[in-house]
Every structure is written in C-alpha cells, then in structure tokens.
Design a protein around this ligand. Structure first.
Ligand code: GDG
Length: 502
C-alpha cells in the first residue's frame, strides 16, 4: 500500500494540533528574504541555498518568527523598531526578525569559523580547516547575539526553537541556560564527520556542549547520526544509547534522528509547467544555439564540495573518448558564486575558469562550445527552463548532506523524461537509486556515465524518472517538516521530565 502524500494542508493541520500555545521560532544565519535598495527603491531577493529553499515553505504554513542575520542593504529600512518585518513580501504569513552584525563579526563568525573551519571539517573534500581564535571568539559573540534576539522574541512564553545548521551550534545551550523550558531542536544540514576527524577541532568540547542542549538533533542520514553519537561517546561527552539514538548528559537528554530533507514537489512540478517557462525555453535555446543538441546541466552554488572541476574533466574525457559527440552535446553550468571572501573559493573559481577555457579551447567549433558556464544568479524561470531543456543533470558532489538540486531536477520533469547523473557521496543517492551513479573522482567511469545518459533510450529514461519522481513526491518537504515537528513536540516533551527526575 502506498504511503499517503503529505501536503501543505496536512502540515498546517499538524502544526495547529502540535504547536498549540507554543511559539515557533526558526533561527538561521541566512534570511529567507533579503531587502535591497535598487535605484533608491526597496525591493527584495530570495537567496540561493538549500536551507532557505527547504524552510520557507514550512514557515509559510506555520507562521511564527524566523530570526536571521540581516545582510541586505535595504533591510534596516524594511524593519520596524523591533527589527521585524512580515514576509513573504508579496503575501505575508510570518515574521522575520533581523540580527545586525558588524563586518568584523561577519568575517570571523560566517566566513571564518563557520565556513573556513566547520564547513571543511564536516565535508570530505580534502580542504584543510582553518582554526583561528579570533574567528572562534566572533562565533561565540554572534551566537550570543542571536540568543538575545530569540529570548526577546519569546519573552518568557512557551516556545519551541528550531535552529538551523552549523553557524549556530552554541545557541541551544545559551537558550537552555536562560530558560530551561524552551523546547530546542536543531537540524544540521551538512554531514557530521567521524570522531577521528572531528577531534582536530580545538573547540570540540564547546561545540558538543552546545549541540547537546538540544532536545532533538536532526541530520539527513543515519550515518551522520551514527558519526555524531560515536563522536560524543568517544569524546566522553555523554552517555550514548545507540539503540534509541539518545544522549544523556546531566539534565540534558538529546534525541538524535535522521530526517532526509526534500523539496516542495507539487510546487516545482506545477511551476515547471507555466507558460513563462515554455517561452524561456525557446529564448534560451535560441540564444545559446541549443536546437537539436543534447543538453546536460549543472546548477550549484560554486563550492569546492560540489565537484564542479571533476564534472568538467569528465566532460572533457567524454568528448575525447567519444568524439562522435563533438558538436552534439553541451553542458550548461549555472549557479551563484558563493563565499568569495574565502581564498579556497577564489582558487576554485580560477580553477573552473581555466578548465572551461581549456576544454572549450580544445573541443569547441564554430557555433558550438562543449561547456556554457554562467556563474550568475539566474532568475528562477531560467532555472526551471534549464531543468526542462536538460536531457541529463549532473550532481557530482565530493560530499553533500543531501543535495536539493537532484530532487529539484526530478520534481521539474513532469514530462517524465531526463537522466540524473548522481554522486554516491550525496545524501540524495540513498533515495534516488534510479539515477546513474558516478563517482566524481573516477573520471574514466564518470565519462562513461555521461555517455550512458546521452544514449539511454527514452523508455528507460522514463521508467527511471517515474520511480524517482514517485520517491520525491512521497518524501517531500512537508513530510520532512511534519516528522521533525512531531519528534520535537511529542518525543522531547515526553522524554524530558522522566529523565530529569531519573
Ligand atoms: C546545504 C547542504 C543540503 C543553486 N544555484 C542557484 C540556486 N541554487 C539553489 C538550488 C538549491 C539550492 O540553491 C542548493 O541546495 P543544495 O542542497 O544543493 O546545497 P547547499 O546550498 O550546499 O545546502 C545540502 C541543503 O543544505 C539542505 O539541507 O541538501 O547538502 O550542503 O535549491 O536550486 N538558486 C538560484 N540561483 C542559482 O544560481 N535562485
């Protein structure tokens, strides 16, 4: 029997039932809507990135408050005297409360500790983490700043705080110390490394202490949960019950659970069918001379964990090995530049530019280039058009908690066509087993995977896509949110009291 499909309405009903008198506060580094000043006029943008893509639909259903760093140049103009603004701007359904950071705080906390230390520490991408004391101090300071805003927002009322990601590992402890009644849940959107790796962090004790103040700690995969539990056990930071995935420590009890994140399948599925997308497909195809070509697609934040050079090398090897496809297959690589203040990202950008130049120089012909590289923030209509134009989509991450791009591609293909080439090192690979798996490090096999995708008969493309679509439709974002919410509101409320008195 098929499981029922979670919808927005189901989630709304669940929220009403579960949340009751509790205030729901979501906290993340990045804001879901950035206000900008364009020619003196206040406008807004939706930043690229997995966390906002996943949580915004949840907040639209739940209401409540989202606390985040105000990074837009129009943000101060948009908020009221308590730093709050209702969003989404066009159809407000929840409150966004913004936290202001100095440039120095942002450098130390965001670029420094979060993205030069924790990001490489948690991803097997062979980039050495940078542990700098001044970054760490900024991280502590900013976590405290967030705590102040959250506590002010809650104002002593019953509340459930749902913290996002690795930027705010210290927040739950600060909240717990200020108000032990707050229910605390956190979702860690990136992998958790094994203890051998994690223990190189000089501030591992403080990070674990912060995270273990959560009632519920979520990761995408069971493997990430196991790594976390192993880390806690081996670091001697708490009593671990591996059978129930629980850690107890003093008065704290933390449930550690996998919640594989997803996308709003129905929304993407219907957005992809809009007339504007058809028009954009025509425009793009003409502009880039794609008529009659087999198009491959990559959409990524330009990040060294996404394996972008690896996929370009595979594309080069594919053309070298199968020259009959020269002039016939094009790889469009879209995606925003990110974290450009960090040296590793500047190096990556240079490396990508060189590779594109080399491969296009080597194989390109009059009127045809194998790689079209567009590292700009493309409008969502263009991204939807690209997903539909693409015969195949490549996700070649070296390590990725989940990867929403893979699920978005599948959700967009209402025509049930298209091939997903997927790295086995993504969380998505556990669900999307009908993708063509390609190890990004194994260029030879990866090149063959591109050939397999190009040559796959329509019937096989269709049967694989139908199966993948049914998985993403079922395991959608509403299901993810519902499971998390139920575990946070029911599981932790039940477990707190008996443990505290044990
Ligand atoms: C973290 C974890 C986990 C990309 N380029 C553009 C653009 N995007 C959108 C994609 C997608 C999102 O950004 C990226 O999501 P991912 O999941 O691929 O990756 P991360 O940003 O690294 O996210 C990841 C995720 O959190 C959720 O938990 O899956 O493992 O690393 O939605 O479509 N959007 C726009 N322009 C672009 O150029 N508008």
């Amino acid at each position: 029997m098929r499981a029922p499909i979670w919808t927005k309405e189901d989630l709304r009903r669940l929220v009403q039932r579960e949340i009751g008198d509790y205030r729901l506060v979501v906290v993340s580094n990045r804001q879901p809507y950035v206000h900008e000043l364009v020619d003196g006029r206040l406008t807004y943008a939706v930043p690229a990135g997995g966390v906002t893509t996943a949580i915004d639909p949840l907040m639209q259903e739940c209401g409540g408050t989202w606390v985040a760093h105000g990074a837009g140049d129009g943000d101060r103009l948009a908020v009221d005297d308590r730093n709050r603004v209702r969003v989404p701007p066009e159809d407000p359904s929840y409150t966004l409360r913004l936290v202001w950071l100095t440039e120095e705080q942002e450098r130390g906390y965001y670029y420094g500790f979060s993205n030069e230390a924790l990001w490489p520490l948690c991803h097997n991408a062979y980039n050495e983490p940078v542990f700098d004391s001044s970054h760490w101090r900024a991280y502590q300071e900013v976590n405290s700043e967030f705590a102040k805003h959250v506590l002010d927002e809650i104002d002593g009322r019953p509340a459930a705080v749902f913290t996002q990601d690795y930027h705010l590992a210290l927040l739950p402890r600060l909240l717990r110390e200020a108000d032990p009644d707050i229910l605390t849940g956190q979702f860690w959107h990136i992998p958790w490394p094994n203890h051998e790796i994690f223990r190189i962090c000089p501030w591992q004790d403080e990070l674990l202490d912060g995270l273990l103040a959560n009632d519920l700690l979520g990761f995408h995969l069971g493997d990430h949960c196991n790594n976390f539990l192993e880390t806690v056990a081996r670091a001697g930071k708490g009593r671990v019950n591996f059978e129930y995935n629980m850690v107890s420590r003093g008065d704290d009890l933390t449930l550690v659970r996998p919640f594989p994140i997803s996308v709003d399948f129905d929304q993407i599925n219907s957005d992809a069918q809009q007339v504007e997308v058809d028009e954009e497909i025509q425009r793009f195809t003409q502009e880039w001379n794609l008529e009659g070509k087999v198009v491959g697609l990559g959409i990524d934040r330009i990040d060294y964990t996404k394996g972008i050079p690896h996929r370009f090398r595979a594309m080069g090897r594919f053309l070298e090995k199968y020259p009959e496809y020269i002039g016939k297959v094009v790889l469009v690589q879209a995606g925003v530049m990110s974290r450009t203040d960090i040296e590793a990202y500047q190096q990556l950008s240079e490396q990508i530019d060189h590779l594109v130049e080399e491969i296009n120089g080597r194989f390109g012909r009059e009127g045809w280039q194998p790689i079209i590289y567009m590292p700009t923030d493309l409008p969502s209509v263009t991204l939807l058009a690209l997903r539909r134009i693409a015969r195949f989509c490549i996700v070649s991450s070296l390590h990725d908690g989940m990867n929403l791009v893979a699920k978005e591609y599948v959700a967009s293909r209402f025509d049930e066509d298209g091939v997903l080439i997927l790295s086995p090192f993504t969380g998505a690979a556990l669900e999307l087993t009908d993708a063509v798996m390609a190890n990004p490090y194994a260029t030879e096999y990866f090149a063959d995977a591109i050939r397999d995708a190009v040559e796959m008969p329509l019937e096989e493309r269709r049967s694989r896509m139908i199966r993948m679509r049914s998985i993403v439709r079922e395991n959608n974002i509403y299901r993810w949110a519902a499971h998390l919410l139920v575990d946070l509101m029911q599981g932790t409320r039940r477990s707190r009291r008996p443990f505290a008195s044990a």
